[in-house]
Design a protein around this ligand. Structure first.
Ligand code: UDP
Length: 234
């Protein structure tokens, strides 16, 4: 597999074409951003941890019947993925109160939700990713009813599979963000699944193993990324 032209550079990844039209080269970077890009920094080896954790969890999901864009891990910070047309919608699933949910509704961090809560955000940096409801997604035309229903069912399945997988490894999945895309009328889970896009706590102690360590200067950021990836790939 040959690396081709740079197609897109985001905050956490560089996406290149390859000699196969249907396959992209996703290179995970060490740069980290938080609070809408206001806080910037570097987490040493983050790209390696995020690529490795994504590869593992995409494989776990594939085995459970979730279609993902993942093909293979090419090197320690590169995944080969299926090329998709991405929907500009971020799907957030929550099991406990944290982050923007705590802030927006004045709720106590850590409160267990009585059922998983699904939210939709428009993926648009200039507009600061505004939250949408289901009607916005449909009426503004970001997804059809058929696509959205499928994505909702897939997100619920991802939550069940990853929650169980993490529980077996002494971890709790608090919340996470997913992005989906389509190719040839089939819908796939895309992007990444990493400590940048999930909140993961130690199941017994509540110790934080995700990007909140960077967001809130909790210290030992690298070692916690390393440890959570170790537990999830062991
Ligand atoms: N998230 C993400 N990208 C975003 C916004 C959120 O990956 O642009 C993830 C975030 O890491 C967390 C979940 O989605 O696991 C819910 O994030 P929240 O809405 O609480 O916002 P945040 O605290 O990131 O501002």
């Amino acid at each position: 597999m040959e690396k081709g032209e740079l197609l897109y550079e985001g905050k956490a990844k560089r996406i290149f074409e390859t000699d196969d039209e249907g396959v992209l080269w996703a290179e995970f970077k060490d740069s980290a951003t938080a609070f809408d890009g206001v806080k910037k920094g570097t987490i040493k080896k983050k790209g390696v941890y995020n690529a490795t954790m994504s590869a593992k969890l995409f494989a776990v999901l594939e085995r459970a019947g979730v279609a993902t864009h993942f093909e293979k891990q090419f090197d320690e910070r590169t995944l080969l993925v299926r090329r998709l047309e991405m929907f500009p919608v971020e799907i957030v699933m929550r099991n406990r109160v944290a982050g923007s949910l705590a802030k927006r509704y004045g709720l106590e961090r850590g409160t267990v939700l009585k059922k998983p809560l699904l939210e939709y955000y428009l993926k648009n940096d200039d507009l600061h990713d505004p939250m949408m409801n289901r009607n916005h997604v449909l009426v503004l035309g970001y997804m059809t009813e058929r696509t959205l229903s499928h994505v909702e069912a897939e997100a619920a399945k991802v939550n069940r599979v990853l929650t169980n997988y993490m529980k077996d490894r002494g971890l709790e999945l608090v919340d996470f963000k997913l992005e989906f895309g389509e190719r040839g009328r089939k819908i796939y889970l895309g992007d990444e699944i990493s400590p940048d896009t999930c909140r993961i706590w130690d199941a017994a102690t509540g110790e934080v193993f995700d990007k909140d360590r960077f967001r809130f200067d909790l210290g030992e950021v690298e070692s916690h990324y390393e440890e959570v990836v170790r537990r999830l790939t062991a």
